[in-house]
Ligand binder design. Structure first.
Ligand code: SF4
Length: 126
């Protein structure tokens, strides 16, 4: 028997699912086994969803690093050029506008991001 469980709440997904697929605007952002996705997320959207899930320990919750995404989701009938997540991605760079990222296997899970192998190091915002 297989069950397809759809949710934005990754803390519930972590409890219920063996394999996890993260989608944005109808595109697969990342897919892999539960431990691969939660222990080593590679796509910025996956990182944002995981960081949004509350931790039931006030000290760990206060200390965790939050990946924030801003803005609204674009229209799926008029998606952005290049990467569909680029208008909200904190790591967006010129290649993201120019071309859609190729879906590839990195560290045992599939991911669609130009910088999955070498994430960009961002300066903290003032
Ligand atoms: S390809 Fe660029 S915009 Fe898309 S998720 Fe990766 S860094 Fe962000």
């Amino acid at each position: 028997m297989a069950i397809l469980f759809i949710s934005h709440d990754l803390s519930v997904v972590r409890r219920l699912c063996e394999r996890v697929m993260v989608m944005y605007l109808g595109h697969v952002a990342e897919i892999g086994g539960r431990n691969d996705i939660f222990d080593q997320p590679l796509h910025p959207y996956t990182k944002a969803l995981i960081s949004a899930a509350p931790i039931p320990d006030p000290r760990r919750e206060a200390a965790k690093e939050r990946v924030r995404i801003v803005g609204d989701m674009p229209s799926p009938i008029d998606p952005p050029s290049g990467c569909v997540f680029r208008t909200r991605c904190p790591q967006e760079a010129p290649p993201c506008r120019a071309r859609e990222p190729v879906f590839e296997v990195v560290d045992g899970h599939g991911v669609a991001c130009h910088f999955a192998r070498a994430p960009r190091v961002l300066e903290p915002s003032a």
